[in-house]
Design a protein around this ligand. Structure first.
Ligand code: SF4
Length: 471
């Protein structure tokens, strides 16, 4: 059979088009279309300066401060320490020196890297996109190969616009059936991770497919692809379709006019061909997905809200049993406790997983006219999300409920900007990691969707959101 006629997956189509040098049984040199960077990039810039180099194609880079960004002010001096303030100033200096397009802290377009890429149309189907952050997989939701890299690799991309990469195996996860009312994208991805395990996609590039995925908005697909990394995947992606095109059309960095038409013609060729080979296929029953929360210290420790805290004694494997025992000790939970009886101390709504306008709308719909029983903060994923939310009056709903309304940034997702959960405090969080200490030393994190976090805020306990809004 001729090479061109062989059915290929979307991953293979994009990969093949970007290979500069292919080595038999070894890594390939890939052309990289976009390198999106944040304030941690000072390592890579130091590397470039030491070698006497400058970014080769700065117009294919984009920079934004997010991880350390203060969320109660837009000046570097609003940061909790002078060291963080200096890091943000160094970021601005490096952007100017490298002539890199960027959105500084004061820019209304500033936000979390994985939110602003799609929002600005920097992220497009068919591209190879890297960023020195593991959740770069988020951006595959628009039909791109997007993956995280280290700072030394980022310096190489800046200098050469290429990167040596071992080609990952491909895994297609098909989510069948129909989502039940009250079930959000976060519930779908938590269920996928629970089913295949936190290492279940290790070494794979994942394509999400099937009717449930096709029925998701782009914002929801971004949530799903975001957490691919929590199952160990190298990347996650969804083939572009009409939903993708409507989302991208008119975005500032998306192609315009004839260039748009040409791009669309190419993007239409990207979806996996019928009969395309995958190294592995998994099917998940989307109709069986329920509102879900985590109980332990791994995203795979997820259960339907109607369940109970599991008993490690029921786990036959000694190593897994020990892990579950340690997780419950850290989380301060007793086996057999109904999840819906677990009281929380605070709530965090935000992050690159769930900091988009649709997420804030979902949380606000639950909180409207109600009070939060616990303190908490709502952190929009970008300045533009914040503006949109304020135009719709969502900020008023959050503030009336007693929650803080902050400026854009990663905030309490990784707790390195000073927004932390206290020791032994239990947080209902819309972020993506519930690891030991992720939201602060000793902090106990329960992952869930924005609607579920809002429901937990209202009752002060982990709560089935369907009890509050019907469905
Ligand atoms: S929001 Fe959290 S996961 Fe996302 S980029 Fe920031 S720190 Fe990383």
């Amino acid at each position: 059979m001729a090479e061109a006629a062989r059915p290929r997956s979307i991953f293979d189509k994009i990969w093949d088009r970007h290979v500069v040098i292919a080595r038999e049984n070894g890594p390939s040199l890939l052309y990289i279309d976009r390198n999106i960077i944040h304030e941690g990039s000072f390592h890579a810039f130091n590397d470039l300066r030491t070698r006497g180099l400058k970014p080769r194609r700065p117009e294919q880079m984009f920079g934004v401060p997010d991880h350390y960004a203060p969320t109660h002010g837009r000046r570097p001096e609003d940061a909790p320490t002078e060291e963080i303030a200096r890091m943000i100033r160094v970021f601005d200096d490096n952007m100017r020196w490298g002539e890199v397009p960027h959105f500084s802290l004061q820019d209304r377009r500033q936000g979390i890297v994985h939110i602003i890429g799609p929002e600005q149309g920097i992220t497009l189907p068919g591209l190879t996109i890297v960023c020195s952050d593991s959740h770069t997989s988020t951006q595959g939701a628009l039909g791109a190969i997007a993956f995280g890299i280290g700072q030394s690799e980022s310096a190489l991309v800046m200098a050469t616009q290429t990167l040596w990469q071992v080609k990952p195996k491909t895994l297609r996860i098909t989510v069948t059936g129909r989502r039940a009312p009250g079930v959000e994208a976060k519930d779908v991805i938590l269920t996928i991770i629970r089913t295949i395990g936190a290492g279940g996609a290790s070494g794979y590039a994942v394509e999400y497919a099937g009717p449930v995925i096709q029925g998701l908005s782009v914002e929801e697909r971004l949530t799903v692809c975001n957490m691919s990394i929590e199952a160990g995947a190298r990347s996650g992606m969804v083939a572009p379709d009409d939903t993708t095109l409507s989302y991208l059309h008119g975005r500032p960095y998306a192609p315009k006019d004839a260039a748009w038409d040409a791009a669309v013609a190419y993007w239409r060729t990207l979806p996996s061909d019928d009969g395309a080979p995958f190294d592995r296929e998994i099917e998940i029953d989307g109709s069986a997905v329920a509102p879900t929360v985590t109980w332990g210290t791994s995203p795979e420790d997820a259960l339907a809200i109607s369940d109970r805290v599991p008993d490690p004694a029921d786990i036959p494997d000694a190593q897994k049993r020990g892990t579950a025992e340690r997780a419950l000790a850290y989380m301060g939970l007793t086996p057999g406790t109904p999840l819906s009886e677990i009281a929380i101390d605070r709530v965090f709504i935000g992050s690159c997983t769930n900091g988009r306008i649709q997420d804030l709308r979902a949380a606000a719909a639950v909180l409207k006219g109600r009070k939060s029983a616990v303190p908490g903060m709502v952190v929009p994923g970008s300045g533009l999300v914040k503006e949109a939310a304020e135009a719709e009056g969502l900020d008023r709903i959050f503030k009336d409920a007693g929650l803080e309304w902050r400026d854009a940034g990663c905030s309490m997702c990784s707790a390195i900007n000073g927004d932390v959960v206290g020791p032994q405090e239990r947080c209902a969080s819309t972020s993506n990691r519930n690891f030991v200490g992720r939201q602060g030393p000793g902090a106990r994190t329960h992952l869930m969707s924005p609607a579920m976090a809002a429901a937990a805020a209202v009752t002060g306990r982990l709560t089935d959101v369907r009890r509050l809004v019907g469905g």
